[in-house]
Ligand binder design. Structure first.
Ligand code: PEP
Ligand code: MN
Length: 337
């Protein structure tokens, strides 16, 4: 249940209203927006009489039942679109943020070359996996702690903020200077990890699980917000279907629905969705057209020699071409790149 406050109610009154509900055993979420402030009740609200609350509180404009299980991420509770800030990069409404870099950090030379080229082309954030979740234990598992060090070096040299995947809670110390922590598809429902990143003081990029519903993705984001971290970016990265010609099937409907149901920014990873290099640029254009807040694209200085996901990685010139194209298209969608 959500109560929308009347305009200009002093904050201490709202806080004591919320505290009253907490004394009665409810959890509360306070959401301050530009238009209005809302107090959301968590718990069994079946016996709460909305009209009675409106009449007696003096500060509530109206109340609404929220049938969805996700509350903190729900647009009903927070009408304004959340903008996630990373340094001077804003991810959300009005912008189309391009995140790019290799699947995995492989060497100093590789990450520095890719970082400087994707920056020159207009990417705003550098990606690179250090701890890699691989299907086979015999595949390259990432440079681990050394990979993070190389990413930090690339961050220092280019000024680009960095995003990298965390695989479990024991790795949090390595992520101290990483700007955005990524939860990969395989870990989307690792609830202990979700709670742990919910306690980290930095944005989280949460990827959709390969067989997870839209609602499950929202519930996973809810874990992070419920643990105290409001800076979550949702990422559609393709889901497993019966179609074997692509690595996954890009679910563009999910982008639109996620933006309707939630106030969180939504980006798309067309690289993992397709698994095929030649599909990445066309899909990226579709992603922009459908209203997403950005993309994460894998780019490599030598895709043929990549230790991970070479087949879906753009080379540096292909990434340049994609960026040129997106720069032309973004204004038509009222987005700045
Ligand atoms: C990745 O981004 O490198 C990755 C492993 O993606 P996903 O979790 O979507 O498979
Ligand atoms: Mn990859």
């Amino acid at each position: 249940m959500v109560f929308i406050m009347k305009p200009n109610v002093p904050e201490e009154k709202i806080r004591s209203f919320a505290a009253g509900w907490e004394e009665r055993g409810f959890g509360t979420i306070l959401s301050v927006g530009t238009e209005h402030t809302a107090v959301c009740l968590i718990g069994n609200t079946a016996a709460v009489d909305i009209d009675h609350v409106v009449e007696t509180s003096g500060i509530v404009a109206y109340g609404k039942r929220i049938t969805e299980q996700y509350k903190a991420v729900n647009r009903t509770v927070h009408a304004d679109s959340t903008i996630v800030r990373v340094g001077d990069v804003r991810i959300g409404e009005g912008t189309f943020t391009v995140i790019s870099g290799p699947c995995s950090v492989e060497s100093e030379e590789q990450i520095l070359e890719v970082a400087s080229r994707v920056k020159a082309a207009g990417a705003r954030i550098l990606r690179g996996g250090a701890f890699k979740p691989r299907t086979s234990p015999y595949s390259f598992q990432g440079l681990q702690a050394d990979g993070i060090k190389l990413l930090l070096q690339a961050k220092k040299e280019t000024g680009l903020p960095i995003v990298s995947e965390i695989m479990n809670q024991t790795q949090t110390p390595y992520f101290e200077d990483v700007d955005i922590v990524q939860i990969g598809a395989r870990n989307m429902q690792n609830y202990d990890l979700l709670r742990a990143v919910g306690k980290m003081n930095k944005p989280v990029l949460l990827k959709r699980g390969i067989a997870s519903t839209i609602e499950e993705l929202l519930m996973s984001a809810e874990y992070i917000l419920a643990a105290g971290n409001k800076n979550v970016i949702l990422c559609e990265r393709g889901i497993r279907t019966f179609e074997p010609m692509t690595r996954n099937t890009l679910d563009l409907s999910a982008v639109v629905l996620l933006k309707q149901k939630s106030h969180l920014p939504v980006i798309v990873d067309p690289s993992h969705a397709a698994g095929i290099r030649s599909l990445v640029a066309p899909l990226a254009k579709a992603v922009l057209a459908v209203g997403a807040d950005g993309i994460m694209v894998e780019t490599h200085n030598n895709p043929a020699a990549a230790l991970c996901d070479g087949a879906q990685s753009l080379d540096l010139d292909q990434f340049d071409a994609l960026m040129e194209d997106l720069k032309k298209r973004a204004p038509l969608e009222n987005k700045t790149l």
